[in-house]
Design a protein. Structure first.
Length: 442
């Protein structure tokens, strides 16, 4: 009698085996070493789960890893046992440091979503349980740690997203709230700095992630996230109709979705002119220029500005405010001197003071009345200081010409910057709000 064949268990893919091994390392030896750095974790039955359910703890652990890498040196080796030279180099476990961090970030949002929504990402195969209701943002305890955000009220921001992009729809059959959310966001998470925004992400309707994807999760500052929430799906759809090309639209979404506001304002003719002048630039910088809304629109509306002028200024257009752009044309600079003008100003003033005077004007107004007044005073002073500098440069340049000196406006600007920098820095230090977040290094 022939014995019935025993069905073979499906063989796991190499990729699945790598993920399983990394999970074992993170949950075991890495978690154990983290308890040495954060002793209170040792009192928890499952330190790994505890960390993954808390954005504050996960963020702290990732920062500790960066600061105490020597404690994890035995994991940071290649197949031959040599230390890896960079975080994008493959480790013995089969992934790079950056990729492992990405895996931890995705596991973190999964665990946090289950805690927030109160249901599992993967529902049990047993008899289906009625899906949990979406939590009320006003009553949820999953709030960010005190002091994490200066500009953001997560409940108000969630309401703004729902108002401008539409509320969450009903669940599909055999779907959970956390499962729908995680499926929508998981492919858009990779970076450590995104952990800070978990308490905001879980409050954004899933369909917005399905539409925007990394358009949301590449917003690396509070100010950018608020600007995104202040847009509406109608603004993005309008930009899509202007762009027409799905590939170009996807390029915008992947690099800086905030550009959609300027694209819609520019319309067909304006977008073709400005985008055509920026065609030589890398995609990210090009869309960052267009995300600088008022300046991007000014490029088209100010008829003094030609395509050649836009190309000449392209290295600075993503950071110039509209007043600085107007100033350079009020000075009637020859095209070849335009970039020299900003190079000189940045060198003589220093990066911080240059951005304070020439950089984008913050459009997000804080809720706190004192902060509002501080921002208003700061912006008024910056605009007046910029106008005063331009007037002084004009006067000095005219005087130098009358005296027969040939140094040119670049030298006049350098002299004015050097003379005014100490007083400007002193005044700005008193008025400057929290500086804008720099782009994170990936």
């Amino acid at each position: 009698m022939v014995s019935p064949a025993v069905p073979k268990r499906p063989t796991e893919s190499p990729d699945a085996l790598i993920r399983k091994e990394i999970a074992r390392i993170l949950k075991g030896p890495v978690a154990e070493r983290m308890t040495q750095l954060i002793p209170p974790l040792a009192s928890h039955a499952d330190p790994f789960k505890t960390v993954m359910e808390s954005p504050e703890l996960l963020s702290a652990c990732l920062k500790l890893f960066a600061a105490k890498r020597d404690m994890f040196a035995d994991f940071l080796i290649d197949d031959d046992g040599n230390p890896v030279p960079a975080d994008d180099v493959r480790l013995k476990c089969g992934r790079s440091v950056n990729q492992v961090i990405g895996m931890a970030v995705r596991q973190g949002i999964r665990s946090y979503a289950e805690l927030y929504f109160g249901d599992p990402v993967t529902p049990p195969k047993a008899a289906a349980q009625p899906p949990a209701k979406s939590p009320s943002p006003e009553k949820s305890t999953a709030l960010p740690p005190r002091g994490w955000f200066k500009l953001i009220d997560v409940v108000k921001l969630a309401a703004l997203f729902r108002s401008n992009f539409g509320s969450e729809s009903g669940l599909a059959k055999n779907q959970t709230n956390s499962g729908r959310f995680y499926a929508a966001i998981k492919d858009s998470l990779d970076y450590q700095w995104q952990v800070q925004f978990f308490p905001i992400y879980v409050r954004i309707p899933s369909h917005v992630f399905e539409k925007l994807g990394v358009g949301i999760t590449r917003m690396y500052s509070e100010e950018r996230l608020i600007r995104l929430a202040q847009l509406a799906m109608a603004d993005i759809n309008k930009a899509e109709s202007v762009l027409k090309d799905p590939v170009l639209f996807r390029e915008m979404m992947d690099n800086n979705v905030l550009a959609s506001a300027a694209v819609g304002d520019l319309g067909d003719a304006g977008f073709k002119e400005v985008h055509g002048a920026l065609g030589h630039m890398e995609a990210k910088q090009k869309w960052d220029v267009l995300a600088n809304r008022e300046t991007a629109v000014r490029l088209f509306e100010d008829k003094r500005i030609t395509k050649l002028d836009i190309a000449a200024l392209s290295d600075y257009l993503h950071m110039l405010n509209e007043n600085a752009l107007t100033a350079v044309f009020d000075l009637k600079l020859p095209r070849e001197q335009m970039q020299v003008f900003f190079d000189t100003a940045e060198k003589q003033l220093g990066q911080a003071l240059f951005m304070a005077l020439f950089g984008p004007v913050q459009k997000v107004v804080p809720d706190d009345p004192e902060e509002q007044e501080k921002l208003k005073k700061y912006q008024q002073f910056a605009q007046n200081a910029l106008r005063g500098m331009v007037s002084a440069v004009k006067l000095l340049d005219d005087k130098m010409r009358r005296d027969g000196k040939e140094e040119g406006i670049g030298e006049a600007l350098a002299m004015v910057c050097r003379a005014r920098r100490p007083d400007l820095e002193k005044e700005m230090k008193k008025l400057l709000p929290t500086p804008p977040a720099p782009p994170p290094s990936h």
